[in-house]
Ligand binder design. Structure first.
Ligand code: SF4
Length: 250
């Protein structure tokens, strides 16, 4: 069974748009992963992701960095898609798995574990046994950017990958957007999928918006800037995933 692009509204308890079982589109996801990993569209980011790999900080000396774009990761049948900003230079760019090996990822996967989406609270490297159930994690930009700030052209160049991912994740209608950059990317992707995003909903922590059959849910990004200052606390972050489960009907 395939999903119709840009289909009509779907009740939260039936996010696949059908009362029957929906087969995940594994072939499309595999092709997408292959395309992402091979991508060299953004010269500045290609140079940066490879440069930081050649000059790791002492704590990561001896690591063989991934140093390529980082694809999404998780359950192909996910009803919840978590969208972040971009891989960290010494996190996903080192380990090859999104949000893996950095402090933001420590927060994210611990919260996903508490919410019942992850089989373990930590994510250290690609072979650590982490499995997600009901959730998929991706980034708006797939290469680590200097200072965690992609340029507008890089953001736009990478957007088609998120569009394709949303189209291939046939059950994912709840989008948890970590930060305003991810919120904006999700709205752009929804527009590219043919959904009307006017008036444009504003980002806030626990903000919600309905766009076509999708439900957007905003969360402050679990960056150290937010978690160290108390702008984002564990209870605040847990509330996001409790609500995500409700929106996704799980
Ligand atoms: S940021 Fe995206 S579009 Fe740019 S090189 Fe990386 S994967 Fe390709």
């Amino acid at each position: 069974m395939t999903r119709l692009r840009g289909g009509g509204p779907v009740p939260p308890g039936d996010p696949a748009g059908t009362s029957g079982e929906v087969a995940p589109d594994l072939r499309r996801l595999a092709e997408l992963t292959e395309a992402i990993v091979a991508c060299r569209r953004c010269p500045r980011l290609v140079e940066w992701r490879e440069r930081v790999a050649r000059t790791p900080p002492p704590r990561f000396a001896g690591w063989e960095y991934w140093a390529r774009p980082v694809p999404g990761f998780g359950d192909p049948r996910a009803r919840v898609l978590v969208v972040g900003l971009a891989p960290a230079a010494h996190g996903g760019n080192r380990t090859g798995r999104i949000f893996t090996g950095d402090r933001s990822g420590d927060w994210l996967f611990a919260a996903l574990h508490r919410a019942g989406f992850a089989n373990q609270p930590r994510s250290l490297h690609r072979g650590d046994g982490l499995r997600l159930t009901g959730a998929y994690v991706a980034a708006a930009v797939r290469c680590a950017p200097p200072a965690n700030r992609p340029l507008p052209g890089e953001r736009d160049a990478c957007l088609p990958y998120l569009v394709r991912e949303m189209d291939a994740l046939v059950c994912a209608r709840t989008l948890v957007c970590l930060g305003s950059f991810a919120w904006d990317a999700a709205l752009r992707a929804l527009a590219a999928l043919g959904h009307r995003v006017v008036p444009r909903p504003r980002f806030a922590h626990l903000a919600e918006a309905a766009v076509g059959p999708y439900r957007l849910l905003g969360s402050y990004h679990p960056s150290q800037q937010n978690t160290f200052t108390g702008k984002l606390t564990e209870p605040m972050f847990d509330a996001v995933f409790v609500r995500a489960r409700e929106l996704a009907g799980i």
